[in-house]
Design a protein. Structure first.
Ligand SMILES: O=C(O)CCC(=O)C(=O)O
Ligand SMILES: [Fe+2]
Length: 564
């Protein structure tokens, strides 16, 4: 998020909350760049308890515990604080009574541009590009004037409650500050300055967060997202030297995730979630359509790609990544290049580095292979060529099955299926075993950009998909199966009928994981739009290459930028 100087930007728009009463759907103004959900789900309950202390104010060591918590965390919880339970409940119910008023009523007490009290959006709104899913009511001292506007005959209950609560807060603040400041041995004058007095400042803020149709996009983003062009440096291309690395560098240490969330899935649940479809079964087409609509991802077996070739691609990939860092860097991707050895292309969009090195092939890889193995490049090239041909065939068959039920035109079908001018990328991914897998990310959360992806996990789990309401789910590696997933272009072409599945790759401590991804898309110069079969297109029409450059620049936001 860009942060602005507040004065440049403060307008009424930063004060009036959206009309939560009448809103239908989820507005672009409130859609923040998608963030990695896992980063938010940090702790198990046990961990949380040990992290932020809950302190019994009536206990004899309260003062010591409070001092420690202030130093360590700057935050703690208190119980036995002496504030009557009924009053706490009353404040909540009076707050709910206020926010339950109509938008029209609440706007009668809207905060003014330079005012401090009343109804409105968070005061930090002008500093962010996106709006927050929030409305608030700010009280300083008496709230009788506003309350009389809201409830001309029934304001007293609200005011009495808020007054009583403010008095209780003042007492509690007084006690807490005594306990916090005494051990610092401050002067009496300093103590008087800090504790509540007739001229201290106090603010009572009631916050309301209505239920939200799209919570994963409405919460405050954790990762700063950067415009790639501002930031692309060599540092985003050269992977860490996995050969000589010792320990686990801070550059690769992501905020901790909740491991338990991933472990709770039973094998059954995992299996039932993402279908494994037998391509020679008579109902394959129906199952594929269902999977595209429901998950945007499925696995296929009996796909016709020779098992030996699949194994050869894996062993040739391992041969490449087993070269020394020095050798691999001879074919390092250039800053504006698309092929060669390097870090994930999504690296510039994240503050932390990924536990990953990759090798990207588009068409022939003979030039790079000759640099790596001057006399033995043929085996590598032949394998990658044969595999790309097989992927093209499989993509062709899959797209026929996926698009036929949509009843697309022949022209649209020709646009989608592989042809001499379509785009295809073969991506070899390497995730070396990692000393600290719970803090590392192999490939950060993303959607694939083109139409369809075929992924081979090469026998080791690691791929996870994000399912709204369920969180991150492992996609188990199934012997002989490929994972097929919908990319942004198919999401757009299907008029959002098929989700572009958000996914990531995780790493492990014991095994060096390899995966092979094949991405297929229509010609760069061709026009992209929802199929003409859809009466109400929900995306704008633009050139494929225009979409890809939006993705390259705005990443998480590219899809929302092309919404009609
Ligand atoms: O390695 C994996 O499992 C996922 C790879 C991936 O998502 C990609 O290459 O786009
Ligand atoms: Fe991907």
């Amino acid at each position: 998020m860009t942060t602005h100087s507040k004065n440049d930007l403060l307008t009424d728009d930063h004060i009036t909350p959206i009309d939560f009463e009448s809103i239908d759907g989820f507005p672009e103004s409130h859609s923040w760049p998608q963030f990695d959900e896992s980063l938010n789900k940090i702790q198990t309950h046990d961990l949380k308890d040990s992290l932020i202390p809950v302190i019994d104010l009536a206990s004899p060591n309260a003062k010591t515990l409070i001092s420690q918590a202030c130093e360590t965390w700057g935050v703690f919880q208190v119980v036995n604080h002496g504030v009557p339970f009924e009053l706490v409940k009353k404040v909540e119910s009076e707050s709910r009574r206020l926010f339950a008023l109509t938008t029209h009523e609440k706007c009668k007490v809207l905060r003014s541009v330079d005012g401090a009290t009343g109804y409105g959006s968070p005061k930090l709104s002008p500093f962010f590009d996106k709006r927050m899913w929030h409305e608030g009511f700010t009280i300083m001292g008496s709230c009788v004037d506003d309350a009389k506007v809201l409830w001309p005959h029934e304001y007293q209950r609200f005011c009495d409650t808020m007054d009583a609560y403010q008095n209780q807060m003042k007492l509690l603040i007084h006690n807490l500050l005594l306990m916090i400041l005494e051990p610092l041995d401050v002067t009496q004058e300093e103590m008087n300055w800090a504790i509540p007095a007739h001229d201290s400042q106090s603010v009572l803020q009631l916050n309301s967060y209505p239920s939200c149709p799209n919570p994963s996009r409405a919460v405050v983003a954790i990762m700063t997202t950067n415009s790639k062009n501002d930031l692309l440096t060599d540092d985003h291309i050269t992977p860490i030297d996995f050969e000589s690395i010792d320990g686990f560098p801070e550059s690769h240490s992501w905020p901790q995730f909740d491991e338990s969330l991933n472990k709770i899935q039973t094998r059954d649940l995992k299996d039932s979630l993402i279908p494994v479809i037998d391509l020679v079964s008579p109902n394959a087409k129906t199952l594929i359509s269902q999977a595209c609509e429901t998950w945007g991802v499925f696995q296929v077996v009996n796909h016709g790609v020779p098992f030996e070739l699949v194994k050869k691609v894996e062993s040739e990939s391992r041969r490449l990544f087993a070269l020394t860092t020095h050798e691999k860097c001879k074919v390092l991707r250039s800053v504006d290049g698309a092929t060669g050895y390097g870090s994930p292309k999504l690296s510039p969009f994240f503050d932390k580095r990924m536990w990953h090195e990759g090798f990207t092939i588009m068409g022939s890889c003979v030039d790079d292979a000759k640099v790596l193995w001057p006399h033995e490049y043929q085996r590598f090239c032949d394998t990658m060529d044969a595999y790309q041909n097989q992927m093209k065939l499989l993509i062709h068959n899959l797209l026929l099955m996926i698009l036929e039920p949509l009843d697309v035109t022949q022209e649209e079908m020709n646009w989608a299926i592989p042809a001499h001018d379509s785009q295809s990328v073969l991506q070899l991914n390497s995730y070396p075993s990692c000393p600290n897998p719970s803090r590392a990310v192999g490939l950060a959360s993303h959607t694939d950009s083109l139409l369809l992806t075929i992924l081979n996990q090469c026998g080791i789990d690691g791929l996870e998909i994000f399912v709204e309401g369920l969180g991150w789910r492992r996609v188990p590696s199934v012997e002989g199966a490929f994972v097929v997933n919908v990319g942004d272009l198919l999401h757009i072409f299907s008029n959002a009928k098929f989700p572009a599945v958000t996914h990531r790759a995780m790493v492990n401590q014991s095994e060096h994981r390899i995966s092979v991804a094949y991405f297929h898309g229509p010609p760069a110069e061709s026009r992209l739009a929802p199929s003409s079969k859809f009466q109400k297109p929900c995306f704008k029409s633009l050139l494929v290459k225009e979409y890809l450059s939006l993705k390259y620049k705005h990443f998480f936001e590219a899809l929302s930028l092309v919404r009609a």
